[in-house]
Design a protein around this ligand. Structure first.
Ligand code: UP5
Ligand code: MG
Length: 190
C-alpha cells in the first residue's frame, strides 16, 4: 500500500507546546505536508460523519480517540496529498496509536521532534489562544496534561531508547525554537 520512500517526522509535545506553530514554519522551508491529527479529527466532527459524536465527546474530555479512526484519517490525507514527506503533528499519542500506524504502513519515523515546554507556559498559551476550541477550558486542559503524562510521555521514552527523539526547548520565543528546529532538519539533510 505504501511507498517505502515515504518520509515521516512525528511532532510531539504537550498541549500548547507549539507543535502547530512550528509545523507551519517547517512547511514553508522544507517540502513537507503538515498533517495535524487533532485538526483532522476536528474536521471529521464538522463533516457530520457518524463517528463525529464519539470523537467530539472524547476530545471534550481530553481523551485519545481510538487508533482506527485517527489512522484512517491520516492515511487518507497522506494518499490524497500526492507528497512523500509528512510532518505528523500530535500523533502517536499512545502505544496503541504507534503500533497501529506502524503495522498498517510499515513506516518508521525518520525522527521525532519533541517540544519540551513547561506546564505553566503551555497553560498560558492555551488560555491566551481563544480560537474557540471545545477543549481550551481549564477543566479539559488539566485532563489533556494528565493524558499527555500518562500516555504520550511513554511513547516519547520508547523513541528516545531508539535514538529517534530530537528534543527542543519549546519555552523559548517562536523564532528561537524554529532556529533549533532548522538545525535538526539540516542534520538530516531533509
Ligand atoms: N505559541 C506557539 N509557540 C509559541 C512560542 N514559542 N512562544 C509564545 N507563544 C507561542 O500553540 C499554542 C498557542 O501558543 C498559540 O496561540 C501560539 O500562537 C502560541 P500551538 O502551535 O497551537 O500549539 P500546539 O502544540 O499545536 O497545541 P494544541 O493545543 O494544538 O495541542 P494539543 O496536543 O492539545 O492538541 P491536538 O489538536 O493535537 O489534539 C487535541 C485533542 O484531539 C487531544 O486532546 C485528543 O483528544 C485528540 N487527539 C486524538 O485523540 N488523537 C490524536 O492523534 C490527536 C489528537
Ligand atoms: Mg495543534
Amino acid at each position: 500500500l505504501f511507498d517505502k520512500n515515504f518520509k515521516v517526522v512525528f511532532v510531539l509535545g504537550g498541549p500548547g507546546s507549539g507543535k502547530g506553530t512550528q509545523c507551519a514554519n517547517i512547511v514553508k522551508h522544507y517540502g513537507f505536508t503538515h498533517l495535524s491529527a487533532g485538526d483532522l479529527l476536528r474536521e471529521e466532527i464538522k463533516s457530520g460523519s457518524k463517528s463525529g459524536g464519539m470523537i467530539k465527546n472524547l476530545m471534550k474530555e481530553g481523551q485519545i480517540v481510538p487508533s482506527e479512526v485517527t489512522v484512517k484519517l491520516l492515511l487518507r490525507a497522506m494518499l490524497e496529498s500526492g507528497n512523500d514527506k509528512f510532518l505528523i503533528d500530535g500523533f502517536p499519542r499512545n502505544e496503541e496509536n504507534r503500533v497501529a500506524f506502524e503495522n498498517l504502513t510499515n513506516i518508521e519515523p525518520e525522527f521525532v521532534l519533541f517540544f519540551d515546554c513547561s506546564v505553566k507556559e503551555m497553560e498560558r498559551r492555551i488560555l491566551n489562544r481563544k480560537q474557540g476550541r471545545d477543549d481550551d477550558n481549564m477543566e479539559t486542559i488539566r485532563k489533556r496534561f494528565e493524558v499527555f503524562n500518562e500516555s504520550t510521555l511513554p511513547v516519547i521514552e520508547g523513541y528516545n531508547c531508539k535514538g529517534k527523539i530530537r528534543k527542543i526547548d519549546a519555552d523559548k520565543p517562536v523564532d528561537e525554537v524554529f532556529e533549533n528546529v532548522k538545525a535538526i532538519f539540516s542534520e538530516f539533510g531533509i
